[in-house]
Design a protein around this ligand. Structure first.
Ligand SMILES: CC(C)(COP(=O)(O)OP(=O)(O)OC[C@H]1O[C@@H](n2cnc3c(N)ncnc32)[C@H](O)[C@@H]1OP(=O)(O)O)[C@@H](O)C(=O)NCCC(=O)NCCS
Length: 180
């Protein structure tokens, strides 16, 4: 599993001891969950369950999920991962979430750039992402990473819900034009 380094961040695999930090930093938070498909966690056991799944998937060889930590702390303040992988490992869709306390300081942009570069370095041709139509900040992150808007689609609003919403789709291709 690769650890990715940026100016201010270290993106590392999740560890068994991360549940407390995940819960207190973002999984409890309805502001963070607002445009995501997951519901905010009302108890830490919900976070522990997700973390257990992350650890199982990593054990089974899934290498595309990172805890976002500030250099020098090792405490997860967010997560970034591949949420959909094409069968040939050429195309990946990314998702991310960051603790509300750290919004608007460029951290997710820094993390997403590092993940795009890592995927391109590892043979991926296309990296995609999408956001709820009202989640303008997330679209801005995609744009700042050189991703281009490709159109709208519909997606399930929340896990377990019949409600659908419009999502804006972005992608970046691994060619000389991408300045990652
Ligand atoms: C979306 C999210 C990941 C952004 O992370 P971040 O670290 O704050 O992002 P950055 O600081 O790198 O960039 C945010 C950009 O959005 C802009 N922005 C913030 N709020 C905005 C708003 N309401 N409308 C328009 N732009 C906005 C910021 O000004 C900044 O752009 P700039 O650098 O041009 O000024 C973070 O808000 C988050 O975790 N949200 C909840 C989870 C989520 O929505 N995940 C994405 C699901 S698609």
């Amino acid at each position: 599993m690769s650890i990715l380094y940026t100016n201010r961040l270290i993106l590392r695999p999740f560890k068994e001891t991360d549940a407390n930090a995940m819960y207190k930093n973002w999984t409890f938070d309805s502001r963070v969950a607002k445009y995501c498909r997951w519901h905010p966690h009302s108890i830490i056991e919900m976070t522990q369950q997700i973390l257990n799944r992350y650890l199982d998937e990593a054990k089974n060889g899934f290498n595309y999920r990172w805890a976002i930590t500030l250099r020098g702390t090792d405490e997860p303040i967010g997560a970034i991962d591949v949420v959909e992988l094409s069968k040939d490992n050429k195309s990946a869709t990314i998702g991310y979430a960051l603790s509300y306390n750290y919004w608007n300081q460029g951290f997710t942009t820094e993390a997403l750039k590092a993940v795009i570069k890592h995927l391109f370095d590892n043979g991926f041709c296309v990296v995609k992402a999408e956001h709820h139509i009202d989640n303008t900040a997330s679209g801005r992150v995609m744009e700042k990473c050189g991703m281009k808007y490709t159109g709208d689609s519909t997606a399930q609003r929340k896990f377990g819900s019949d409600e659908y919403c419009i999502v804006k789709q972005y992608q970046i291709e691994n060619n000389r034009d991408s300045d990652i």
